[in-house]
Design a protein around this ligand. Structure first.
Ligand code: NOJ
Length: 742
């Protein structure tokens, strides 16, 4: 039965779930309004359009088109923001051009993709999501902001809020995985970390929520491809993390490259105005992704530069990244009365307000400090934090007969594999100014931990390619050792932008290397270093111990060694499902039941002939060196109304011999609804440390908004009836209970 609760739910949704939709928004700042209006009143049309233009500098190339004349543009006030240029001296020099040469002395913004660290590189975002540790994630973003702001930057193109359920897509590495609930909390943590508590402090960065919207759903996982999905799927699964970041107060937002249901994101009034401005009240500015306005011509929705500029401005874009189309076309469009100057004023106001909030008008050079650049980069406590979150991100996938942790008393260990000593791969993609030569490899981490141990290193093979010449040496190393630590996976360049793969197995001859080593009969620990779920069925079947270390960043080798030798008890849980093969994609835990759920006794049920429906590893999965037992779920009542909450608790006992952290996960299913609903959806989690033999009660509060979905009329509604609760240490192995919404 359908209730008429949607209005109430909308209110509750704002207040309870998303944590109030105008979360960190400041009350109207009259001083800022007056300042911006005063400035705007003095600006010529040319100067306004300059503020709406962003060009790349030459310290990095992150897209297809480069410009050479930015210094000239800055001096002429034809550009208001620069990216891919950093360094205190460098940014000071450019800022001086803007301040000394232009009439109104409007400071520049300096942006960069500071995605998972600036110099101290943290694990890739997908890895950090595996920590399920919001404080650690916030800290990682905070440190990234401290370092980046010390070299003149004041704007980061992060957090990436793209949900992805397709591991072929290389950029799955940049987001928080497949689940909107987890990803939303992480998006908020990152915004808090980047923007800090006081935007005017000299160590904060303006965050940029990206890529709006649904970029992670590109068809067939092929980069820059189209996205076609129902509005319900969009709103329930893909939009929540962007909205969460907006609600947390992110100052800027970037459009996506893809078209969504036929409309390129940079031309989408539906996304940029109806949803972003009118529904979410976003008051920051919108920048396009790299040359996205130019790409409207390739998309086939604009015939020329003028039309592309018109469409995107009217849709709600405020700043043009790198096309140069706004710079070239907007004034003419105003003269021709195709666009109104007031539309330009609106965009410029938003941009100036961000500059104001960062304190740039008070001191345009507040971010360009030589001294900070010398003293605040790769500080020991930053490296320690990087090691800590890298350990927290590691997921123990298999540990047969407790092969791990390894004993420090072992005499000889073979350290094998193309990723065992690969400095240049540890940081993964989008590693900003991370100095790869400073990243600690697994071999270096092991040597540091175990100076007395005889570690025999053999590369075995390259990450990619067909050469097997190194196998003999690797086998010989294994034969002389008590245990093999085998580091395999992907190159950093195999994930990130423009890095889609149609086969997500191990590249090159790595699989053959594993098989050859397996034949030696030596116990093997596989360490995966990679940026996406991999199809490693054979390894899962035959190799006794597997850890997923992802691209772990600057301190990766130390972090992995800590886990391998039990100095850290792994607690990471997968933020994304690992498929058995590519044919299962998209595969995610919150699927629908279908009208014919699989029944092995009935041919005419939903299944494949050649692979089971089950993934290799489910969402939320991850082992620990200790074991946990879950008690029965307890409810404070058997039913709730739409104006109440319900308390759910479960006792979790550490049944092993050492202390360990468990991520207790709460899932909910709407048993019968007016629309088909997922078999379960994550609605809460708690990460708790439990001493051996100890029991801890995890308590969750269920709110009406946790039960709501978009009904047939697209109202966000909770329908009365039965709900099922599942609680456990992953999305599959759970205890259950039921209650009713009355
Ligand atoms: C293109 C990428 O899609 C985007 O994420 C990035 O921020 C820009 N290039 C700038 O580097």
């Amino acid at each position: 039965m359908r209730s008429k609760l949607h209005l109430l739910i909308v209110i509750c949704f704002s207040l309870l779930v998303v944590g109030c939709s105008s979360g960190k928004k400041q009350p109207v700042n009259e001083e800022m309004e007056d300042f911006v209006e005063g400035l705007l009143a003095q600006m010529t049309l040319e100067e306004k359009i300059g503020q709406m233009t962003l060009f790349a500098g030459d310290m990095d190339q992150t897209g297809q088109l480069k410009r050479k004349d930015i210094e000239e543009d800055i001096k002429l006030g034809r550009v208001g923001a620069i990216f891919n240029n950093y360094g205190a001296i460098n940014t000071r020099r450019l800022q001086e051009f803007a301040i000394k040469n232009t009439r109104l002395r409007i400071p520049l913004l300096f942006g960069l993709d500071v995605i998972h660290g600036f110099k101290t590189i943290f694990p890739v975002p997908l890895a950090e999501a595996a920590s399920w540790d919001l404080q650690a994630i916030e800290k990682s973003a905070r440190i990234a902001a401290i370092e980046a702001s010390a070299v003149g930057l004041n704007w980061t193109f992060a957090p990436v809020c793209d949900i992805s359920r397709d591991p072929r897509w290389g950029r799955i590495v940049e987001g928080a995985g497949e689940d909107p609930y987890l990803a939303s909390l992480i998006a908020r943590a990152r915004v808090r970390g980047f923007q800090g508590e006081n935007l005017k402090a000299n160590n904060t960065l303006a965050a940029c929520v990206k890529h709006f919207a649904a970029y992670g759903a590109v068809q067939a996982g092929r980069e820059y491809n189209s996205v076609d999905m129902s509005e319900r799927m969009l709103r329930e699964v893909y939009l929540p993390p962007y909205q969460a970041a907006v609600d947390e107060g992110a100052l800027t937002l970037m459009t996506a490259f893809n078209d969504l249901n036929g409309v390129p994101a940079s031309a989408s009034k539906f996304l940029l105005t109806d949803i972003l401005r009118n529904e979410w009240n976003f008051d920051g500015f919108v920048v396009t992704d790299y040359t996205s306005i130019m790409e409207l011509i390739q998309h086939g929705v604009a015939t020329d530069e003028a039309q592309a500029s018109e469409i995107s401005l009217k849709a709600g874009v405020d700043m043009d990244m790198q096309s140069g189309f706004f710079q070239k076309e907007l004034a003419k469009l105003v003269e021709q009365n195709i666009i109104e100057e007031e539309q330009i004023n609106t965009a410029v106001r938003r941009i100036l307000k961000v500059k104001y909030q960062l304190g740039l008008f008070e001191d345009p050079f507040r971010y360009c400090s030589d001294e900070r650049e010398q003293n605040e980069i790769m500080a020991p406590e930053f490296l320690e934090a990087a090691r800590d979150i890298a350990r927290k991100s590691i997921v123990l996938l298999k540990n047969k007969n407790n092969l791990l942790p390894l004993s420090k008393e072992l005499k000889t260990i073979a350290v094998i594999g193309p990723l065992a000593d690969a400095k240049i791969e540890m940081n993964g993609s989008w590693a900003a100014a991370g100095d790869r030569s400073k990243s600690v490899t697994l071999l270096e981490g092991l040597r540091a931990k175990l100076p007395e141990m005889n570690l025999i290193f053999a590369k075995g093979c390259e990450i990619d390619g067909t050469v097997t010449d190194g196998f003999a040496e690797a086998i010989a190393a294994a034969m002389q050792s008590e245990v093999v630590i085998l580091a395999i996976g992907e190159a950093a360049s195999m994930s990130g932008e423009a890095a889609s793969r149609s086969d997500i197995g191990l590249p090159g001859v790595q699989q053959e290397l594993v098989e050859a080593l397996h034949k030696t009969g030596k116990p093997i620990v596989v360490v995966l270093i990679n940026g996406r779920p991999l199809t490693i069925n054979w390894i899962d079947e035959k190799i006794p111990a597997i850890i997923e270390a992802w691209f772990p960043g600057t301190q990766g080798g130390h972090a992995i060694s800590d886990v391998l030798f039990g100095d850290y008890n792994p607690s990471g849980k997968l933020p994304v499902t690992f498929p058995k093969n590519v044919g299962q994609i998209p595969i995610y835990y919150s699927s629908k039941n279908t009208g014919r759920p699989f029944d092995p006794k009935n041919k005419y049920t939903s299944h494949y002939l050649d692979v089971s429906n089950d993934p290799l590893y489910v969402f939320g999965y991850g082992l620990n060196y200790t074991t946990f037992e879950y008690g029965e779920i307890m409810l404070d009542k058997n039913s709730m109304t739409d104006y109440e909450t319900l308390e759910v608790s479960v006792e979790v006992t550490n049944t092993g011999k050492i202390a360990g952290e468990e991520v207790v996960q709460l899932y909910i299913q709407d048993a019968v609804a007016s629309l088909t609903r997922p078999v379960r959806e994550l609605k809460g989690f708690k990460k708790i440390m439990i001493e051996p033999g100890q029991s801890v009660t995890a308590t969750f509060t269920i709110k009406p908004s946790d039960l709501a979905f978009y009904d047939q009329d697209m109202h966000f509604t909770a329908e009365k009836g039965e709900f099922r609760i599942y609680i456990g240490g992953n999305s599959r192995d759970t205890k259950s209970a039921v209650f009713e919404l009355k």
